[in-house]
Design a protein around this ligand. Structure first.
Ligand code: C5P
Length: 409
């Protein structure tokens, strides 16, 4: 996916053992379409060579503010003027301290002070250095100055200690950089999203479920977070990583999903029901593992080996949320195998949702791409086949356009 196409980034490296991860990040940023210009401090070159970074980016690396390769000898101005953002990975304690105090005694800090583009930094340091009052003050001041601080995370550190200060992984920094460039059309809004299948037990080791992979719901959760929303994802059993910044609550059954959603829905501005919720649960589920020798009554009244299950309808979560006295903006999904238009239109009315997103189950389940039609009282909008994240961003933009202001709830 080319979600950084046309973006030119200056990737700054300071001295820290996490600098080796910047090599991977440089590759991943370019995979997404960005061009990357590397600037390193002298200490950074002790951890990873400029040759490595040059080979990975295909551009000469700058380390020295007196570098004569720039015709006007003003690398600190020229490099940032061409950039859409400067991303400093790793950002050392010393670098953060200098920047917070406006010091600039090398190319990277001078360029950061002289910049006219956004600055993102990914701190990486020992936990004592991160928790030191001076670092706390410096980071607070940088945030005040509009610098975007990515992480850090908690975990194992190169020094052998465990705690906060560990740099985010390259894929996490990549996701944060991509999110940074997305328009913040849902800033300050709360979205509640369901995703994945539900699993209805037959006995403690068997269940009935469906083929939903959760990919569409997870993509929408990611896109909503990128758009600045507070996102809570209520997820059935899937094997997907939680999108960055999204709060996830795991459930198994439709009734569990219903209970969590009803608890959270009153606080949401928008509810997006993407989950393929089971329509029924097994009424006579066993509390012990059923044996193969279980019998049922055959037509002639004789007992034969077999199993009879009885089902009861699950609550319709979307309809229940839409029926709340002051409901959020409700978006439902219609995954159909035939008559998509008819089914989607009737769901819009029956469930009292504000929008139904229609797709063909046979062309959506488990795949990385999809095609959507949005149905509202005002008519239809077709979103052409594309990667699910691309579609999720388009859907989030369509929701943002229609979401009533907070005061009107
Ligand atoms: O009625 P049907 O299952 O076709 O409707 C699909 C839409 O309703 C989806 O948005 C799905 O998440 C939601 N739904 C629900 N609770 C159910 C069944 C479906 O929220 N029990």
């Amino acid at each position: 996916m080319n979600d950084l196409a046309g973006k030119h980034l200056v990737l700054g490296l300071t001295g820290g053992i996490a600098a080796y991860k910047s090599a991977e990040l440089a590759r991943r940023l370019q995979d997404r379409g960005a061009t990357v210009q590397v600037v390193m401090t002298e200490s950074a070159t002790r951890f990873i060579t400029a040759v490595t970074m040059q080979a990975l980016t295909g551009r000469p690396v700058f380390t020295d503010q007196w570098d004569a390769r720039q015709p006007n000898n003003m690398a600190h101005i020229d490099l940032s003027r061409e950039a859409d953002a400067i991303v400093v990975v790793p950002a050392s304690t010393d670098f953060l301290a200098k920047l917070a105090n406006g010091l600039c005694d090398d190319l990277l800090t001078t360029m950061c002070i002289a910049r006219d583009c956004p600055l993102l930094v990914a701190p990486a340091m020992n936990l004592q250095m991160w928790s030191h009052p001076a670092t706390r003050r410096n980071v607070a001041r940088l945030v005040d100055d509009g610098v975007v601080v990515l992480g850090p995370a908690s975990g194992d550190q190169a020094c052998g200690e465990v705690g906060s200060g560990r740099m985010l992984e390259p894929h996490e920094i990549l996701d944060d950089v991509i999110a940074f460039f997305q328009p913040k059309r849902l800033a300050g809004r709360r979205l509640l999203i369901t995703a994945g299948p539900t699993r209805e037990p037959v006995d403690p080791v068997r269940s009935i479920t469906n083929h939903s992979s959760g990919k569409m719901g997870y993509a929408i959760a990611r896109a909503a977070h990128e758009a600045g929303a507070d996102v809570m994802l209520v997820s059935g059993p899937v094997s997907l990583a939680t999108p960055r910044g999204v709060v996830r609550i795991d459930v198994e059954t439709a009734r569990q999903m219903h209970d969590v959603v009803m608890r959270e829905a009153t606080r949401a501005d928008c509810f997006v029901a993407v989950a393929a919720v089971a329509d029924w649960h097994v009424l006579n589920a066993a509390d012990h593992k059923l044996k193969k020798t279980t019998t049922v009554e055959a037509g002639d009244g004789h007992a034969v080996p077999g199993l009879e299950l009885r089902f009861e309808a699950n609550p319709d979560i979307l309809a229940a949320v839409a029926a709340l006295p002051s409901p959020p903006y409700c978006v439902g999904f219609a995954a159909e195998t035939e008559d998509l238009h008819g089914n989607a239109e009737s769901k819009l009315a029956r469930k009292k949702a504000q929008m139904i997103v229609g797709n063909l189950a046979t062309e959506a389940f488990g795949r990385d791409d999809n095609a959507l039609t949005l149905y509202t009282a005002a008519g239809r909008t077709v979103l052409e086949r594309a990667d699910k994240l691309v579609l999720a961003r388009q859907l989030v933009a369509a929701i943002a356009d229609r979401l009533p202001s907070t005061e009107s709830r």
